[in-house]
Design a protein around this ligand. Structure first.
Ligand SMILES: Nc1ncnc2c1ncn2[C@@H]1O[C@H](COP(=O)(O)OP(=O)(O)OP(=O)(O)O)[C@@H](O)[C@H]1O
Ligand SMILES: [Mg+2]
Length: 331
């Protein structure tokens, strides 16, 4: 059996999904819809592995949350220096203006943590976008963008704070403090806040995962994507000395780019079985995202369109809306 080979018996997915030291579990399922009045909900879309569909999930989910409820205020926070979510939502020209105007996450992080200046996170949020419309109104979508400089700022941050004799744990603590105050405060203004995390695991990704009410882990049902889940869980959810906080949410696998091929069917069956075992730290979302040319094509530079022109009816009905319903049920 493939996973047993990967796992060497009880390792790999088999070990992950049996692990006793799992996350603390999600909020009660079955709670309903939009959390107005209780503050917004944070959804982190993360996986150590690259190219598994994190950005595609964030952008299509954000737009579907906004299309599903015209009153829902949706914010995407781009935490990936590749700036993929930023360019998909803002478009190349506007993103360039935001970057050169210092209205980005990295400008905020630099001002606040490196130069220790007063900075207001809301000043980096762009609400003046040109999103797809739905029902005759533009989707209620905002963006806290980033650009390639985020990578440099993240490195400088570690360099500067280490020079001030802060340990790695203390630096993690500073970033967490900023997330738990400044980023958390965005929940007063938005109903859903989605983090598009970079591949790999940075202190910023870790803070986003710890703040999140729900962690979605896009995973292609293939050998290598599933293999990486063990390390991802171990790096963030498992206890480590010096670490005081833990994610609120268990990681929820979202199978992505699924194809009607034997390998994907077989891995999907194994993931279902493993995540149903008692004590499994990973949960599996029922909805999955098929490999679809329509989804790749939808994520192009922003431009004037409607939600239903952007996404094919089949994708909306069979994937995006069911995913939104399932996620709302978990929040
Ligand atoms: N469901 C899908 N059907 C077809 N193509 C997809 C699908 N999901 C993602 N892709 C394509 O796969 C590639 C990677 O997707 P995406 O950028 O969303 O992944 P990612 O996990 O965010 O990558 P990275 O780790 O680099 O941030 C892109 O070219 C995207 O268009
Ligand atoms: Mg991405």
């Amino acid at each position: 059996m493939l996973l047993a080979v990967v796992a060497g018996g009880e390792a790999g997915l088999a070990r992950i999904t049996n692990g006793a030291a799992g996350a603390e579990g999600t909020n009660a399922a079955g709670a309903s819809a939009r959390p107005t009045g209780r503050g917004g909900k944070f959804i982190a879309v993360a996986n150590m592995k690259g190219g598994v569909g994190k950005t595609t999930t964030v952008v299509s989910l954000a737009e579907t949350l906004a299309a599903d409820d015209a009153d829902a205020r949706v914010l995407v926070v781009d935490l990936d220096p590749q700036a993929s979510a930023s360019v998909c939502i803002a478009g190349d020209a506007l993103l360039w203006q935001l970057i050169t105007g210092n209205r980005t996450l990295e400008a905020f992080l630099e001002a606040k943590l490196i130069h220790q200046k007063k900075a207001e996170i809301r000043d980096s949020v762009c609400g003046d976008l040109d999103p797809p419309s739905h029902g005759g109104r533009p989707l209620n979508l905002s963006l806290l963008p980033c650009g390639p400089e985020l990578r440099i700022v993240e490195r400088e941050l570690i360099y500067e704070l280490t020079n001030r004799d802060l340990s790695m744990n203390a630096i993690d603590g500073k970033i967490w403090q900023l997330f738990s105050k400044d980023v958390q405060s965005l929940a007063d203004d938005y109903d859903f806040i989605l983090f598009d995390c970079a591949p790999g695991i940075s202190p910023v990704t870790e803070a986003a995962i710890c703040l999140a009410d729900l962690v979605v882990v896009p995973t292609i049902p293939d050998y290598l994507s599933v293999y990486g889940l063990d390390a991802f869980h171990g790096s963030i959810w498992a206890s480590r000395s010096g670490r005081t906080r833990k994610p609120k949410s268990a990681p929820h696998i979202l199978l992505t780019r699924t194809q009607q091929i034997n390998h994907h069917h077989s891995i999907r069956r194994q993931v279902i079985e493993a995540t149903q075992r008692p004590g499994s730290p990973y949960r599996l979302l029922t909805t999955s995202v098929p490999q679809s040319a329509g989804l790749t094509g939808a994520l192009v530079d922003a431009g004037e369109t409607t939600y239903t022109r952007k996404y094919a009816p089949k994708i909306i009905d069979e994937t995006l809306m069911p995913l939104v319903r399932e996620i709302k049920g978990l929040l």
